[in-house]
Design a protein around this ligand. Structure first.
Ligand SMILES: NC(=O)C1=CN([C@@H]2O[C@H](COP(=O)(O)OP(=O)(O)OC[C@H]3O[C@@H](n4cnc5c(N)ncnc54)[C@H](OP(=O)(O)O)[C@@H]3O)[C@@H](O)[C@H]2O)C=CC1
Ligand SMILES: N[C@@H](CC=O)C(=O)O
Ligand code: NA
Length: 372
């Protein structure tokens, strides 16, 4: 496993996204035999390859990890472990950990590339955002030998949202407005609970929340979806990319769908148990839109010129493209100097392990191609 062309990969997180990523990595390893999986870690356990000898098995990793008695590595231990390996190293962060996100600048400065669907690094403080920009590879400062940073799946899962916006900016377009449905969970909930054709195919609101969690669409704690913060994080990422210096998700209006009575409930499980008590409120939200001949959907908007962001419920005409979404679809419309009246639109499944991992794997391929 030790050769100059070897690319060493450490994977943190083996949950809904992480497992799909590891299965996609297994397919990828046939095309890129120079890939060496050297670390897999969950929150409590880890599995490490002996340095430069035998990589971890992509066929038996799950059993091997279950049988491992090694605890999870701290961020500092992970940095040291990867730091001792030669040149080409990639950290794949499939967790939603803020600690791991906070450490990206340290990895990048050591020349370790980072790919991730974790939104926290790009939507927390402006300081962290700036530090990541300053610590990642820049073509005009190649002498710094910093790592590459890719995070396509942090917005719209595997849909090409980050790459599209990056290309629009890099080619000199001016983005004026970005709007759409940015939550796979909330899309799924409203598409089933309040379909545009009025059919009553869905269950109660709390039933649908349970199904969205089981389908792997929600955040580890579904309250992070229902309180609008997940959508707010995605808007912060896009707004910062187009130069709007949003301080964080608390600096603009974000509507929460969490009943006030449940705001102080401790665990996600206890919250889910009590959510059904408030189903009638969501029935009323849906019925009010129906009485007006409309549908209700959870929408995010970035007005670049006004530097204004907004997240919340909107009543829309049934003919609106957002009203016609299905499943866990996201739809993101970019209005720019070039795409004036007819926006550049990206649409498709916006949550779920397989489609999210696809964005992570595609990012990894970009890193491999650039460092090889
Ligand atoms: N699910 C989706 O549709 C999408 C998810 N994302 C993002 O992808 C990321 C992963 O989501 P998902 O897979 O659904 O979440 P899960 O909760 O299913 O998995 C998270 C994994 O991270 C592990 N973990 C947590 N903290 C650490 C740590 N410090 N070190 C090592 N491992 C750790 C957990 O360990 P353990 O197994 O022990 O609990 C678990 O394996 C999140 O950031 C999410 O926001 C982005 C787009 C879409
Ligand atoms: N929980 C998120 C997952 C993807 O970002 C969502 O539902 O969109
Ligand atoms: Na994406």
């Amino acid at each position: 496993m030790s050769s100059v062309n070897q690319i060493y990969i450490a994977v943190l997180g083996a949950g809904g996204v992480g497992r799909h990523f590891l299965s996609q990595l297994s397919v990828l390893s046939h095309k890129f035999p120079n890939i060496s999986l050297v670390l897999i870690s969950r929150s409590t356990k880890s599995l490490r390859a002996s340095h430069r000898t035998t990589p971890l098995s992509l066929e038996t990793w799950e059993k091997d990890l279950n049988e491992s008695t090694s605890p999870a590595l701290t961020v500092t231990q992970t940095l040291k472990f990867l730091g001792e390996l030669p040149d080409k190293r990639v950290l794949v962060d499939n967790t939603s950990s803020q600690d791991v996100a906070d450490s990206y600048p340290a990895f990048l400065k050591q020349g370790i590339s980072v790919v991730t669907p974790n939104k926290k690094a790009f939507s927390s403080t402006m300081d962290l955002w700036t530090s990541i920009q300053e610590s990642s590879y820049r073509p005009y400062a190649p002498y710094l030998s910093y790592g590459l940073m890719y995070h396509e799946s942090s917005v719209g899962a595997g849909l090409p949202i980050i790459s599209t916006l990056t290309d629009l900016i890099a080619t000199g377009d001016t983005v004026r407005r970005i709007e759409g449905v940015f939550s796979g969970t909330l899309s799924y909930l409203f598409n089933n609970f309040a379909p545009a054709d009025g059919s009553a195919k869905g269950g109660t609101w709390s039933d649908e929340v349970r199904k969205a969690k089981e389908a792997g669409f929600t955040e580890p704690d579904p309250r992070d979806d229902l309180n609008g913060v997940d959508v707010a994080r995605k808007l912060v990422i896009l707004a910062r990319m187009v130069g709007v210096p949003v301080e964080g998700t608390g600096s603009f209006p974000v509507q929460s769908l969490i009943p006030a009575e449940l705001e102080r409930v401790g665990s996600a499980e206890a919250f889910m148990e009590r959510l059904g008590e408030f189903d009638k409120r969501m029935d009323e939200v849906r019925n009010e839109a129906v009485r007006e001949g409309k549908v209700v959907r959870f929408v995010g908007r970035v007005d670049v010129e006004a530097k204004a962001l907004k997240v919340g419920l909107e009543k829309l005409d049934k003919a609106h493209p957002i009203a016609g979404l299905e499943g866990s679809d996201n739809i993101v419309s970019f209005y720019t100097e070039r795409y004036v009246d007819n926006p550049l639109v990206v649409r498709g499944a916006g949550a779920g392990g397989a489609v999210t991992a696809m964005g992570v794997t595609a990012d990894l391929i970009k890193v491999i191609q650039r460092v090889s």
